[in-house]
Ligand binder design. Structure first.
Ligand SMILES: NC(=O)c1ccc[n+]([C@@H]2O[C@H](COP(=O)([O-])OP(=O)(O)OC[C@H]3O[C@@H](n4cnc5c(N)ncnc54)[C@H](OP(=O)(O)O)[C@@H]3O)[C@@H](O)[C@H]2O)c1
Length: 281
């Protein structure tokens, strides 16, 4: 399993440890995905029988400058994993993102329930492009894979929006947060739980995992303040007032209907998951 120092990888490692399962979780020094030849060597040497790839280049703005590095980690290294998986008949779980889609406002009208699994990828930035190529590498290779796209991810471990809001609220009476970017929060522990349920049902291919409600980042921030009893006011601003190097999606909802049907359960409620997370951090 890769990426155990990240949000999702940490949750996966805890899940595996709690069940006394044996696994390798190389650090980025032990297995640096920026060197695809080392990926081949590592796989040949350790011969995994199941792969969970939580590692990724996730710096959305920096990716606009570090195009090669983002592509190597999110695409070329994944291609090597895909080839190993196909040749050795080893299943791969891989994670991807809402950023593979365009995220324009009109898509909100076209896909009111969220982007369906089969919607055409059309990223606006380097990060999304490299993640889409990584997905495509797994699909084209035709091995046994489960690609799970998530959005607005938060977890106990690592950096995320929830922790940033809590940190800022310690010294600020007001935080400006964009209110015209819409999506649905996803929590790392929920992603692991849903992934395991999909595996129990022997589901492969691409699936979406996110919460149901469509909210803005400002709504999310306001709820973080409310649940954690902070007095800080959330000032709603437009994306134009908060320029970023990489364009952010205005509409980020993932349609999780297929996943819900596969596991026979609704996606988790984001307020419940947020409350649980806030109690843990
Ligand atoms: N965060 C989000 O909001 C979000 C949204 C949608 C989808 N996703 C996707 O969800 C998955 C998990 O994201 P996350 O938020 O858990 O990521 P994260 O917290 O940013 O962690 C990234 C992980 O990747 C590892 N990594 C980075 N570069 C590496 C390299 N060259 N070689 C080996 N490992 C490397 C990091 O290790 P080091 O700590 O050693 O660098 C870290 O363990 C990713 O596929 C991401 O694209 C995330």
């Amino acid at each position: 399993m890769t990426g155990s120092s990240g949000q999702l990888g940490y949750e996966w490692s805890q899940w595996l440890i709690n069940r006394n399962l044996t696994f390798l979780s190389p650090t980025s020094t032990e297995l640096n995905l920026s060197d695809p030849d080392r990926v081949d060597l590592y796989l040949t040497k350790t011969k995994p029988t199941f792969i969970i790839n939580c590692a990724a280049y996730t710096k959305v703005d920096l990716a606009e400058d570090e195009i090669q590095l983002a592509d190597t980690i999110n695409h070329r290294a994944v291609s090597r994993v895909a080839i190993y998986s196909k040749n050795q008949q080893v299943p791969v779980i891989h994670y991807s993102t809402d950023y593979v889609f365009n995220g324009n406002v009109l898509d909100g009208s076209k896909y009111p329930n969220g982007y369906p699994i089969e919607a055409q990828g059309n990223p606006t930035g380097v990060y999304g492009e490299t993640k889409l190529k990584g997905e495509t590498a797994l699909i084209r290779n035709g091995g046994d894979f489960l690609v799970i796209r998530v959005a607005w991810l938060s977890g106990r471990h690592g950096n995320n929006f929830v922790k940033t809001m809590l940190r800022l609220s310690e010294n600020m009476d007001e935080i400006r947060v964009v209110s015209d970017q819409l999506g649905s929060p996803t929590f790392a522990s929920d992603v692991v739980e849903v992934t395991t349920k999909l595996l129990e049902k022997k589901i492969s291919g691409i699936r979406h995992v996110s919460s149901r409600e469509l909210i803005s980042w400002a709504d999310f921030a306001a709820e973080i303040m409310k649940i954690s009893h902070r007095d800080t006011t959330i000032k709603r601003i437009s994306s134009n007032e908060y320029p970023t190097k990489a364009k952010r999606p205005l509409y980020s909802k993932l349609d999780c209907t297929q996943t819900e049907s596969d596991i026979g359960e609704e996606m988790p409620d984001w307020r419940e998951s947020l409350t649980k997370l806030l109690a843990e951090i």
